[in-house]
Design a binder for this molecule. Structure first.
Ligand SMILES: Cc1cc2nc3c(=O)[nH]c(=O)nc-3n(C[C@H](O)[C@H](O)[C@H](O)COP(=O)(O)OP(=O)(O)OC[C@H]3O[C@@H](n4cnc5c(N)ncnc54)[C@H](O)[C@@H]3O)c2cc1C
Length: 449
């Protein structure tokens, strides 16, 4: 995910946009004829309606709607979707408890009777199913990496589950409880939101694949470039318009069909000058990335993107640029470096590139050539396994490695780009924090959602 300071301009606008959307349905209920049923009910009602709207907003956050600027920043969307999703889980878990609580304050018997009624009443069944599904689905999202299922299976069940929860929760909201009093206009608001949410899912799963199927790219290169990495290049015919910023990523589908969920996100490693060809550096990790050798040159490849907000625009005002790559994170860092080289960059540019083994370092010939052709560029290799070479830093990209490669006296005029697996990103970010690097100088892409 790309890092933004809370007060950063673009993200402040996004946050503001969502904060404006959030209370709209609740405020709309004031134009309806509603009864005041006491302060407690009013507060619970406010919390429930805000939570329900926040739940609906998760659909555009999880969709790839680059046409709508409020929803186009997929990095920001996914990071907020993950955080807000967990809080919504807590709120929805508490929802029946908070509704029933006053009955317990009246008497234990009344409280118990209400629980029995809630569990057995056919009217409350939709809410009960939505509640159980919500808890299970949120836990499945939080612990998705521990589940014994493929990522694609998780993603599909995640989507289907939440569409079901969305419909059941809307049914519950519009048919029972204190909200039922608002009648058909109130219900129309929530069914409209439910319809829009489901429509976004349908767009992503049914309409977008049709659009993508009309603009296939062709596979033009697939080569093993290290003990664990592949270089994959695709090309589109020049009449199609595809543009991107160095540092962005796309969803690649090499299955031959746009139906289903057979697509994986990869950062572009090439730069604009190479268009209509785009290239990727892909590390073998699981079933898909370990079967790249089976791809056939000339086959169709479908591309959804570009997405992501990592770009050189973030370092426009910087006086020095540091690129930090861990493993497959070299892809977007190489894209930025190639773009800087094309622009004849004169500011100091430093690449810190880490891997477990020396044989995993890719594109070394090209990077070393850039050290002599670019005005002020150098590379620091970092290798966990000890090597014979004394120009290589042995270990991981730790505090002392960062200290010796970044001019910390000028840090307020610097830009640091960071890409790699989550553990590497977390460790480097922590070390940069210890070194007092302001968070708004760090821009990162994490190789997992
Ligand atoms: C924004 C972004 C950019 C990336 N860029 C690169 C890159 O340039 N080079 C590179 O080698 N890797 C990159 N990755 C990681 C790459 O997407 C995964 O390694 C790959 O999808 C793993 O697929 P698999 O079937 O081989 O492994 P699996 O074992 O199926 O998956 C391993 C992990 O990869 C992630 N993953 C798998 N499938 C998907 C999917 N469809 N959508 C999202 N995440 C998925 C999940 O976190 C999963 O736990 C990037 C990831 C993201 C989110």
């Amino acid at each position: 995910m790309t890092k933004f300071s809370f007060l950063g301009g673009r993200n402040r606008k996004l946050l503001l946009g969502y904060l404006i959307l959030l209370p709209l349905p609740y405020l709309a209920t004031f134009s309806l004829n509603m009864d005041f049923k006491g302060a407690y009910v009013a507060i619970i009602s406010l919390v429930n309606l805000l939570a329900m709207m926040a739940f609906f907003i998760q659909f555009p956050l999880g969709s790839r709607l680059k046409e709508l600027s409020l929803f186009a920043n997929i990095d920001w969307n996914i990071s907020k979707h993950k955080t807000v999703g967990k809080w919504l889980g807590v709120l929805f878990f508490l929802h029946p408890l908070l509704v029933i609580a006053p009955r317990f304050f009246a008497s234990l018997d009344e409280g118990m009777t209400t629980i029995v009624l809630a569990i057995t009443s056919p009217q409350l069944l939709t809410g009960l199913i939505a509640w159980v599904l919500m808890i299970v689905w949120i836990l499945a999202s939080v612990y998705k990496n521990k589940l014994p299922i493929k990522y694609e299976t998780w993603r599909l069940t995640h989507t289907i589950g939440f569409v079901l929860i969305c419909i059941l929760a809307t049914l519950h909201l519009t048919s029972v409880g204190s909200h039922g009093q608002f009648g058909s206009e109130f219900n129309a608001i929530w069914w409209a939101l439910c319809t829009v949410s489901v429509a976004m899912v349908c767009y992503n799963y049914f309409i977008k694949p049709i659009k993508l199927s009309h603009r296939p790219f062709k596979l033009v290169e697939v080569n093993k470039i290290s003990s664990s990495d592949w270089s994959v290049s695709i090309e589109h015919n020049s009449t199609q318009d595809f543009d991107f910023e160095a540092g962005q990523f796309v969803w690649l589908n090499t299955s031959g069909s746009t139906k289903g969920v057979k697509e994986n996100p990869f950062s572009i490693a090439s730069c604009k000058k190479d268009l209509p060809r785009i290239s990727f550096i892909i590390r073998e990790l699981g079933d898909y990335t370990s079967s790249l050798g089976n791809l056939k040159l000339g086959q169709d490849v479908f591309v959804d993107g570009p997405y992501g907000s990592l770009s050189l625009a973030q370092s426009k005002k910087a006086k020095a640029i540091t690129l930090i790559a861990g493993g497959a994170g070299i892809g977007p860092m190489l894209s930025l470096l190639r773009e800087l080289a094309n622009r004849n960059e004169s500011r100091p540019v430093r690449l810190i590139y880490g891997n477990n083994q020396l044989k995993q370092m890719v594109f070394q010939e090209e990077i070393q050539a850039l050290e002599s052709t670019m005005i002020n560029f150098s590379q620091q290799l970092v290798c966990l396994e000890k090597t014979e070479r004394d120009d290589i830093y042995t270990g991981v990209i730790d505090k002392s490695c960062l200290q010796s490669n970044i001019d910390l006296t000028q840090i307020n005029h610097a830009a640091i780009y960071l890409c790699g697996p989550q553990v590497m990103i977390d460790a480097v970010k922590n070390n940069l924090k210890v070194l007092n690097v302001p968070s708004d100088k760090i821009h990162y892409e994490q190789l997992s959602f």
